[in-house]
Design a protein around this ligand. Structure first.
Ligand code: BV8
Length: 224
């Protein structure tokens, strides 16, 4: 049965009250990427970066999955073939909506030791001074992929995109690579491509079909 590959971005969590990045008033309107989302920023001012991620994690803690997350959870259970969901999001709303996902940009829920690579469940408020529970070194960092860092699971993602029959992009501006290039890889593999987004994105021209509206309307309608 036709494998389906879905890429999601911040737009799928917007109606759960989680700010997106590039919409008016979004995260990059309040913070400069160079100050909070690069390895250089973390080396220069780790406290600021920890504050940034702790603030965002606080906002996610109370958030609930919306109808779009639940619809994808249902699709993964009911579709007779593979349904791979690759998310750029670091929140856990897909999991709360019943789906298994690939977090290509990492996730809020784990902490990472920059010295030994150990991962562990992140405490409610991560602190720079918390030593790694494994190697005991003071090298704790958020388990997210910053600009200039290689996204996670890229080899597996490449294999998935080579074999997909349908590629669906949901709630992403198509501004960040390599995620924004996935539609090209899917097309090259002969996949049909569909975009579900609030408004036209930077990559809309690359899709066979593009539907515009809120994810909580478009995604359940598409899944059903
Ligand atoms: C890398 C961290 C190389 C976690 C993030 C070409 C090829 C490769 C790289 C590059 C390239 N060109 C430039 C680069 C460098 C860079 C890049 O892409 N820069 C951009 C700005 C030009 N890419 C990188 O650095 C990547 N790394 O390439 O490494 C490498 C190679 C070898 C060895 C080492 C390294 C790393 C990219 C990851 C960066 N980290 N996040 C975190 O803090 O969250 S990316 C950041 O943007 C977020 O994670 C977010 O997920 C991502 C994408 O944003 P979106 O999810 O799309 O959100 P956005 O707000 O932009 O859009 C929301 C959309 O939703 C809108 O379209 C809106 O209309 C829609 N919407 C809103 N409401 C709704 C809705 N839709 C439906 N319903 C609604 N209700």
């Amino acid at each position: 049965m036709r494998p389906i590959t879905i890429l999601t971005g911040a737009g799928i969590s917007a109606e759960s009250g989680i700010a997106t990045f590039r919409d008016p008033g979004g995260i990059w309107a309040q913070y400069d990427i160079e100050d909070v989302a690069t390895p250089q920023a973390f080396a220069r001012n780790p406290e600021l970066v920890f504050d940034f991620y702790n603030m965002r994690r606080e906002k996610v803690r109370g958030a609930k999955p919306n109808a779009a997350h639940h619809a994808l959870g249902r699709l993964q259970k009911s579709w007779p073939g593979p349904v791979h969901i690759i998310t750029q999001n670091v929140d856990d709303l897909h999991e709360k909506g019943g789906a298994k996902v690939i977090h290509m940009h990492g996730q809020h829920s784990t902490a990472l030791c920059a010295a030994c690579g150990h991962r562990w469940p992140a405490p409610p408020a991560m602190d720079l001074h918390d030593p790694c529970p494994d190697c005991r070194q003071p090298a704790t960092r958020p388990d997210v992929v910053w600009f200039g860092e290689m996204p996670y699971h890229m080899e597996r993602i490449g294999e998935i995109l080579e074999r997909t029959a349908l590629f669906v992009s949901i709630g992403t501006s198509g501004a960040v690579y390599p995620a924004a290039g996935f539609v090209r890889l899917a097309r090259a593999a002969g996949a049909e491509t569909l975009e579900l987004n609030l408004e036209p994105s930077e990559i809309t021209p690359l899709f066979d079909t593009s539907r515009h509206g809120p994810a909580t309307e478009l995604v359940p309608a598409w899944v059903e």
